[in-house]
Write a protein that binds this ligand. Structure first.
Ligand code: ATP
Ligand code: MG
Length: 371
């Protein structure tokens, strides 16, 4: 049920304006925007930023690294090459240092497996050339938008990122960069390992949470679709309850439409029922007992640290196992949960949050799926 936004995107004009001011004034040539999942990063760049950049007389190029996270480096090079190619030309220019080549992925050239020695160096050469070609294809400034950029942090080759950075610096101010992503952890890692002027100079912009104007707009759309009115104050409370995740409000509205109700709380119940019965319940069932205790602890905002002896004692109590739990075991479980994208570090040492806000709100209400 994701279709509401496709038809009714809520524009974020202020944010577009901020980006324009920052990049257009030369204050900075690179922006990073990291926000939790499902908060609207991708829609913002696709629906707002790309058309706006074109309206400013720039050329916009959007690349999503997540869809090809198995080979993010090759993906980045191929997408850049495709973007740099004059329109209408097919992918003849790509000649991988051939080991295996499959047919096109998402219409963007050749997929190559880089197993030969020297392939990395070639890939870096191609990266540099593609970036130069993209920047120099016309007189227009180029805005390169890289969605889920942290995917590259998982790549094996630090020198690839170093090469990317060097090319970016070389091509400024013609080439402007906009990075988005959701994994703070991977990004922190990248910043830490590759401390460099580019990242230092990048402006970090938060994605503002949507507020009452978004709620009013959704109420208006609901009225248009159904001819019925919805209480905006109640709808705003529901939005608050679901941690202001726009995706969930869209889904709730659709539940209200198909459930023939104008009561947002009824819509919330139906939505909770659906996600609880399907996604969340399955997710919950896959977790180990210690994981569940950690998640409940975080969802209900308990003050003790996960790594305190009190917390370990509580886990020992609840697990009823022979061996007592200790902070080290909690750390191992937390590391596994971070790796599986269930938890995300908050940036402060030892602080974590539940990545999926639907799960967090669900658990916060004490509705633990049956197991
Ligand atoms: N401005 C908006 N107007 C209407 N709906 C929105 C808006 N922003 C986000 N949404 C809703 O939230 C959903 C998720 O948005 P999007 O995919 O852009 O999030 P994201 O932050 O890129 O998530 P992820 O981290 O999973 O990639 C959309 O499918 C849409 O339903
Ligand atoms: Mg996204």
């Amino acid at each position: 049920m994701n279709t509401l936004a496709d038809i009714h995107y809520f524009p974020r004009g202020d944010l577009v304006h901020t980006v324009h001011q920052a990049l257009g004034s030369g204050l900075t040539h690179a922006i990073t925007m990291f926000a939790a999942r499902r908060m609207g990063k991708t829609l913002f760049v696709r629906n707002d930023l790309v058309p706006a950049a074109e309206a400013w007389g720039w050329r916009a190029c959007y690349i999503d690294l997540w869809v090809r996270r198995d080979h993010p480096e090759v993906a980045l090079v191929e997408e850049l090459e495709a973007a740099a190619r004059p329109k209408g030309l097919l992918s003849k220019a790509i000649k991988p240092d051939k080991v295996t080549a499959k047919t096109a992925y998402a219409g963007s050239g050749v997929h190559a497996e880089w197993t030969k020695t020297g392939a990395q160096a070639d890939l870096q050469g191609r990266l540099r050339t593609a970036m130069q070609n993209l920047a120099q294809a016309s007189n227009k400034p180029v805005l390169l938008i890289l969605d889920e950029f942290q995917t590259l942090a998982a790549g094996m080759h630090e020198d690839f990122v170093a090469c990317f950075r060097a090319s970016m610096l070389e091509l400024q101010p013609k080439l402007k960069l906009f990075f988005t992503g959701s994994s703070r952890d991977a990004l922190n890692e990248m910043f830490r390992k590759r401390r460099a002027p580019l990242f230092d100079a990048a402006l970090s912009l938060p994605l503002p949470q949507l507020g009452n104007d978004f709620v009013a707009n959704r109420a208006h759309i609901f009225a248009q679709m159904t001819g019925r009115k919805v209480d905006q104050v109640e709808l705003a409370s529901v939005f608050e309850r679901i941690a202001r995740v726009p995706l969930y409000l869209n889904q709730i509205i659709l539940h209200m439409v198909v459930g023939i109700t104008s009561d947002p709380w009824d819509g919330l119940r139906r939505w909770q029922h659906e996600i609880g019965e399907t996604g969340l319940r399955e997710q919950w069932l896959r977790l180990k007992p210690i994981d569940r205790i950690i998640l409940q602890h975080l969802a209900t905002h308990q003050p003790e640290s996960l790594f305190s002896t009190d917390f370990s004692a509580m886990v020992t109590d609840r697990l009823e196992e022979k061996n007592a739990c200790n902070p080290q075991r909690v750390q191992t479980a937390v590391n596994r949960l971070v790796k599986n994208l269930v938890l995300a570090p908050k940036g402060e040492k030892g602080e974590y949050e539940i990545e999926d806000r639907a799960l967090a709100t669900y658990l916060a209400r004490g509705s633990i799926p049956a197991h």
